[in-house]
Every structure is written in C-alpha cells, then in structure tokens.
Design a protein. Structure first.
Length: 171
C-alpha cells in the first residue's frame, strides 16, 4: 500500500487536518492491511508520523467508515436523511478503536510524549460521548419496555466506565 505524504510541516491547528489519514487507517483495518499501513507509515520522518497521528486524533467520527458490522441505510424524517443511531455509535466506536491503536503504536515508535495530551483529551471526549449516547439509548429502551436490552446496554456502560478508570473521567 503506497501512502502519500501531504504534510511537510507541523500543523498547528486541528482545523487544518483532514480526515484522510483516519479514513486510510480505517480502510486498512477493514481490508486486513493494518500491519502494512503501519509499516509504510513508519518509513516517514517522526514529524510526518506525528502529523498523521494528529490528523487521526482530530478526525470527526461522523466521517469515518464503519469497520465492523454492516452500515444501516439512512432514515428520512421530514425530508431530511439521517443515519440511524447504530451507524453513529459504530462510527464513534471506530474512532475509539483508532485512538487505542494510535496510543499503542505511538508508544512503540517513541512519539507518545508528543501526542499524549491531545490523544488523552480526544479519547476522553469520545468515551464520554459514547457513554452518554448509550445511556440515552438504554433509557429509550426502558421507556419502550425493552428492559432486557436496556440492562445489557447498562452493563456495557459499567464496563466502559470500569475500563477507563485510569483517566479519572467525571461522568
């Protein structure tokens, strides 16, 4: 897999990043080519790698492809097409997965100290949002009488919170 090296200089503002790097990483996961993607990525300079990782960290989850289960077709409400909540949650989980991969990889290649702060801020934001949306879905299921499904989601919420205790997140 050939990567293009668009970024020559350090980018100072998150608005200057595109989702290209995040989408490329998602596609490498989707097609079983993550190892090749990472090996190719590591051929760049440390600054190139940092810039690419920052692009992935700042990527909006709403623009990411779903790498796991199948995407559901959009729903049209009052003439406006919207993604089902499952798609939004799947994209958020994709973003969390990318962040976890970046955390591990950046430690391996020695750039963790240069991305740790923005990584942590974005990871916490994604996890908190995932928990909030999952809580809203659980409440909706409870209100509609689907108590068992709601209970399963609540167990998942407890698991997410437990797995992220080290970040001292204020829920």
């Amino acid at each position: 897999m050939q990567l293009k090296w668009w970024r020559k200089n350090k980018i100072e503002h998150k608005e200057e990043y595109s989702n290209e790097d995040a989408v490329a990483m998602c596609n490498s996961i989707r097609f079983g080519k993550l190892d090749g993607y990472l090996k190719q990525l590591e051929k760049g300079t440390k600054q190139d790698i940092i810039n690419r990782f920052l692009g992935i960290i700042y990527a909006k989850s709403s623009f990411l492809p779903i790498v796991g289960a199948a995407e559901r077709p959009p729903i049209t409400v009052d003439g406006i097409s919207v993604d089902p909540i499952q798609n939004s949650q799947a994209r958020r989980m994709t973003k969390i997965t990318l962040l976890l991969l970046l955390g591990d990889e950046s430690k391996k290649i020695g750039i963790w100290d240069q991305i740790e702060q923005v990584w942590t801020e974005n990871y916490i934001l994604e996890i908190k949002t995932m928990v909030q949306v999952t809580e809203a879905i659980a409440k909706q299921l409870e209100n509609s009488g689907e108590i068992d499904r709601a209970a399963d989601l609540r167990k998942g919420i407890i698991g997410m919170k437990e797995a992220n205790k080290k970040y001292n997140i204020e829920w």
